[in-house]
Design a protein around this ligand. Structure first.
Ligand SMILES: Nc1ncnc2c1ncn2[C@@H]1O[C@H](COP(=O)(O)OP(=O)(O)O)[C@@H](O)[C@H]1O
Ligand SMILES: [Mg+2]
Length: 237
């Protein structure tokens, strides 16, 4: 049975792409990565999937379903560009079809969980719900920041998932500082409490600067066994 993981974050620029690359980089078997809506990128420019290919240095199936040039929420970017909106049904159908012949399907959202994709206000959560409705089990991975402010945005996202009956597999800290401050160190135990989900890793700051084999080695050391790695909280010293 294929695993379908929707990767969301507590906001934009928290490290969803880097974490998606880390999970994809060390996953055994056939891997697919879907970016439903890519914003802020011109038609000929590299998007998040290109960054994941660069970081992982491995073969995977890459699928981008919509692209809008302006760096805005997908619904706003679609409206302003005149390009079509992306519906949950379109994403669900693409994800279900990839799930049929891949061991792992990762779906990276735009921004945080409740960012809108269409004129009806549908979000990544609706895409996951629509995928589950096709009989494909789904779960979420939540990428968070390390320091002050993360507990509230993490709790809000976890609560929004729970309200929609969407399972949260765990949290990953997108960028763990080389010299963590008091808040970051305390958050290691407080994040799982406020999210009611386990912490499944922390990518060190600078991880994106080491593409290919070094990145995969780092990914294995930074992700918990549930995500295919060897990380434990003790790894952070
Ligand atoms: N662990 C990390 N190491 C190095 N750079 C990182 C790390 N996490 C995030 N970044 C950088 O921060 C920015 C945002 O990360 P990204 O993964 O693109 O976030 P998101 O996908 O959530 O918008 C990027 O420029 C990325 O290179
Ligand atoms: Mg991204």
């Amino acid at each position: 049975m294929s695993t379908v993981l929707f990767v969301t974050g507590t906001g934009t620029e928290v490290g969803k792409t880097v974490v998606t690359a880390a999970v994809a980089g060390i996953a055994p078997g056939r891997v697919a990565v879907v970016k439903p809506g890519q914003t802020g990128v011109a038609p000929d420019e590299p998007g998040d999937l290109a960054e994941i290919a660069r970081l992982t240095g491995r073969q995977f199936t890459a699928l981008e379903l919509a692209r809008y040039p302006e760096p805005l929420a997908p619904d706003t970017a679609a409206r302003r560009s005149g390009l079509p909106y992306l519906s949950p049904a379109a994403v669900a159908s693409a994800v279900a079809s990839l799930a049929a012949d891949h061991d792992l399907v990762l779906v990276e959202g735009a921004g945080g969980l409740l960012v809108r994709y269409d004129e009806h206000g549908h979000t990544l959560a609706d895409m996951a719900t629509a995928t589950a409705a096709l009989g494909v089990p789904v779960a979420f991975l939540l990428v968070t920041t390390a320091g002050l402010g993360t507990l509230n945005s993490t709790a809000l996202t976890a609560e929004a998932l729970a309200a929609r009956n969407l399972p949260l597999t765990g949290l990953v800290i997108g960028s763990w500082p080389a010299a963590p401050d008091l808040a970051s160190r305390c958050n290691l135990s407080d994040l799982p409490t406020v999210a009611d989900a386990p912490l499944l890793g922390a990518l060190p700051a600078g991880a994106a600067g080491k593409p290919g084999e070094p990145f995969r080695t780092l990914a294995a050391a930074s992700l918990a066994p549930a995500l295919g790695g060897t990380w434990t909280e003790a790894s952070l010293g």
